[in-house]
Design a protein around this ligand. Structure first.
Ligand code: CBF
Length: 808
């Protein structure tokens, strides 16, 4: 059989012909009568098809080589728009542009119809997408597994300054990027009971069964043939679940009850967990994902292998945070109960198969599940977890004889008011490797949060500092700067070898280059200003310093401190103290978890302060605040290239890594930040002189807390802070009360250092050449933060695999 496969040497004519053919045969229409959706979907298919040939070749080469695969399990993926990415990765950008223009179509109007799959919340989900990109680019055989939520992360609007959440029906018009594979459906059980078989084996008789239906999207590598996939699962009810007789009796709701109950599992990302039912649904989602993924992984393993002792050699499962950790119990269940393996053999295979990435230091972010809930929903898994824990605690007891405290500390089962399964403990016990996501984070994990485990198994603990995709966050986001860099370096290979950016260093001292760099930054600020005006009605000055804080709203990230500084600037300017003031645009963007009231209050305050500033005719020539709603990957791609200053101001010891810090530094923004997360490594690499450091470090934080932190003292001693808090109290007294009496994240303690450091930023901005020099050096020295390097670190330290290059 021969297929028309290769699009190498494509001309605009070929591309245009394929668009027309897709319009005709896939949408049943012609260019003359096509709707905007018809045209967009046909163009998307045309681009997608240009990756299929590479994907088929990749799959065939993987089949032949039977390598060790990396299976990345994650509840979240923030993939970003696919059209711009796939045009770039298929090498058809230019050809497509000419073809579309030839057909009288506007590439930018088509791009606007491309929908971002918002299948994640924030850093962890975007990291997953960057790692998939880098794995494909590094020729690592890999599959990402996740859930195909019907509704992704909510859309954010503001009403009276407060966040309003709207559903994100991202596949409303269909998703042209995915391939459905109904034949690979899997069956997932819930509830029920267990029955003894022989030895430790049991049979689980589920009380409810749901189907998982996969579809996959292509994950192309850049500058290589490899195209991997991400496989997303959607929950479906069994075929016969529609109750025809009830429907006939007019009981329309009851007739589809089972369908609705089943499909609810993949309905939304992170269902509200403030109710018992919501929590149960979340656990159901987790079990659904891991069961579908594991069954698919075993199916793939069996294509070329038959001996279970080869499993861990062929299968490496990376657990992205605790959400997929139930996979450890599920694999044990499959091996012991279904495959009849001895417990010890199954445990050895399981432990060697899994590796776990921890993304937090906040104890409250380490997931736990009530034993009673797990017992009811997943009775066999609970028995398995108890047994894993029992055997583990025997090991602990042997190592620390008589030390009851140690047993309590390390146990997978937490004993409080109610027994709870500590998922991070299960992850560490059931994995061959555990890693933090920045040097400081990994160090603190081993010293504090997971200390007992690091003492027990020091060799199991690693650091893999996060990274970002330079393709997405430089080449696609910032084409102007990319072009300038390519022109200077001489070729585009820096996009896959980001350390080559160091070749820009001499250019930092070249006045003509600095001028062009500034011009690019300015044009990017002009683009942002257009967008901000359209989105919010706030007019921005493209010559003002663009000061950016983009991230989830969380108290520890301290958006509140950002707002306090804005109020301080407002007061100063309003009083006429403008001698040292440089015009600034404060850009804020980020969502808060719907039930996180403290974060939502801060967001509301930020919007109110924005109104105060923007509507004050004395202040607004110097200062503007724009809060761009509905932050997502596409908005990040727009904001980051325009940024001059990157706000990374979390309380030291709270941010695991951060990745917006890397994206902004790569795009030439200077950082104002604390010694937290990956800020530490950014400062080490770009240079202390090119980084505005302020605030307590982790030792200072601990010492202050030990001494007894009294926020009032800072208020008493700092007249400007007093004035600022008085203004804030006029908007929201509760926020000020909390700051003065509790201030868990030491905002007042770091406030003065922060504001003084911001003054230093303003002075530095006036030294335009020095600033631009530092901006260029930030870019030139950010090569380390490429996700390609992250993937290479995983390969070397955790996965123990090498790239598999696909010919052609
Ligand atoms: O490691 C990726 C990111 O993950 C988080 O967003 C998370 O969800 N735990 C952390 O908060 C970030 O610090 C980290 O960069």
């Amino acid at each position: 059989m021969t297929y028309v496969t290769s699009h190498a040497g494509d001309t605009p004519g070929d591309f245009g012909r394929d668009v027309l053919s897709n319009l005709y045969y896939q949408r049943g229409t012609t260019l003359e009568s096509a709707s905007a959706q018809d045209t967009y979907q046909s163009v998307a298919l045309t681009v997608r098809n240009r990756l299929v040939d590479r994907y088929i070749r990749t799959a065939a080469a993987h089949y032949r080589a039977n390598p060790r695969f990396i299976y990345y399990l994650s509840a979240e993926y923030m993939l970003g728009k696919q059209l711009d990415q796939n045009l770039l990765y298929s090498g058809t950008e230019e050809c497509a542009r000419r073809a579309l223009e030839g057909l009288g179509l506007s590439p930018s109007e088509l791009a606007a119809l491309d929908v971002e799959p918002g299948l994640g919340n924030g850093g962890l989900g975007r990291l997953a997408a960057c790692l998939l990109d880098a794995m494909a680019t590094q020729d690592i055989p890999a599959v990402g597994y996740g859930i195909r939520y019907d509704f992704g992360i909510f859309k954010q609007d503001f009403r009276d300054g407060g966040q309003v959440e709207r559903p994100d029906n991202w596949t409303f018009y269909g998703n042209p990027w995915e391939f459905h594979a109904s034949d690979d459906q899997q069956t997932v059980g819930f509830y029920g009971h267990t029955e003894p078989l022989d030895g430790l084996r049991k049979s689980w008789v589920p009380g409810e069964v749901v189907l998982g239906e996969p579809s996959h999207m292509l994950v192309p590598g850049y500058g290589t043939t490899t195209v991997n996939i991400i496989r997303l699962w959607r929950a479906r009810a069994a075929r016969e679940s529609f109750d025809l007789s009830r429907f006939g009796a007019g009981q329309y709701g009851e007739a589809v009850e089972e369908i609705v109950r089943s499909e609810n599992i993949s309905k939304v990302l992170y269902p509200d967990d403030s109710t018992e039912l919501g929590r149960e649904l979340r656990l159901k989602q987790q079990h659904f994902l891991v069961t579908c993924a594991l069954r698919d992984i075993v199916r793939r393993f069996r294509l070329r292998n038959s001996d279970w002792d080869d499993f861990a050699g062929k299968v490496m499962i990376q657990l992205n945070d605790t959400h997929p950790v139930m996979a450890i119990a599920e694999l044990m269940r499959m091996l012991v109960d279904e495959e009849g393996l001895e417990w010890d053999r199954a445990w050895s295979i399981t432990r060697r198969t899994f590796a776990y990435t921890c993304h937090t230091l906040l104890p409250e972010a380490l997931e736990t599940w009530p034993v009673a809930l797990v017992q009811r929903l997943l009775p066999r898994h609970m028995e398995i977890i108890f047994l894993i824990n029992h055997l583990f605690l025997q090991e602990v007891a042997a190592r620390y004889p008589g030390d009851e405290g140690k047993l309590r500390e390390l146990s997978i089962i937490g004993e409080g008011d109610e027994q709870r399964v500590r998922m991070a403990h299960l992850a560490v016990v059931g994995s061959s490797a555990v890693n933090g996501v920045a040097e400081l984070h990994s160090r603190l994990l081993a010293a504090t949060t997971l200390h007992g485990f690091a003492e027990l198994w020091p060799g199991r603990f690693h650091n893999v500092t996060n990274g970002i995709s330079p393709r997405r966050f430089m080449r696609l986001a910032n084409p102007r700067l990319s072009e300038l860099i390519t022109e200077r370096i001489g070729d585009e290979r820096w996009l896959t070898d980001l350390d080559r950016l160091t070749e820009l260093e001499p250019a930092a001292d070249d006045p003509a280059f600095r001028e062009r760099w500034r011009e690019v930054k300015r044009l990017n600020r002009v683009d942002l200003a257009h967008h901000a005006l359209a989105a919010t009605g706030v007019a921005l000055d493209p010559d003002a310093l663009c000061d950016v804080m983009i991230k989830r709203f969380h108290e520890y990230k301290r958006q509140l401190m950002r707002v306090l500084h804005v109020v301080a600037l407002h007061r100063r300017i309003h009083r006429g103290e403008v001698a040292d003031v440089v015009p600034r645009t404060i850009v804020l963007a980020g969502k808060a978890a719907p039930g996180y009231y403290a974060a939502k209050r801060i967001m509301r305050l930020a919007n109110m302060v924005a109104g105060l500033v923007n509507n004050d005719p004395v202040v607004s020539p110097y200062l503007r605040v724009v809060f761009l709603p509905d932050y997502n990957v596409s908005r990040a791609q727009l904001i980051i290239p325009a940024a001059d200053l990157s706000e990374q101001i979390s309380l030291a010891g709270k941010e695991a890594s951060g990745t917006s810090n890397m994206k902004l530094a790569l795009n030439g923004a200077l950082t104002i930040g604390t010694l937290d997360g990956a800020n530490v490594e950014i400062r080490d690499r770009v240079g202390a002189a090119e980084f505005f450091l302020f605030g307590l470090d982790t030792t200072g934080v601990a010492a202050l807390k030990d001494r007894g932190y009294v926020p009032w003292e800072y208020y008493d001693r700092d007249p400007e802070l007093r004035e600022v808090l008085d203004v804030v109290a006029g908007f929201d007294k509760e926020i000020v009360d909390d700051l003065l009496h509790r201030d868990e994240y030491l905002t007042l303690a770091d406030y003065r250092a922060y504001v003084d450091c911001q003054d230093a930023v303003s002075r530095a901005w006036q030294e335009r050449d020095l600033w631009t020099r530092a901006s260029i050096l930030n870019t030139a020295r950010s090569g380390f933060f490429s996700a390609d390097r992250t993937v290479r670190d995983y390969c070397r330290d955790i996965w123990h695999i090498s790239p598999l290059r696909i010919d052609g």
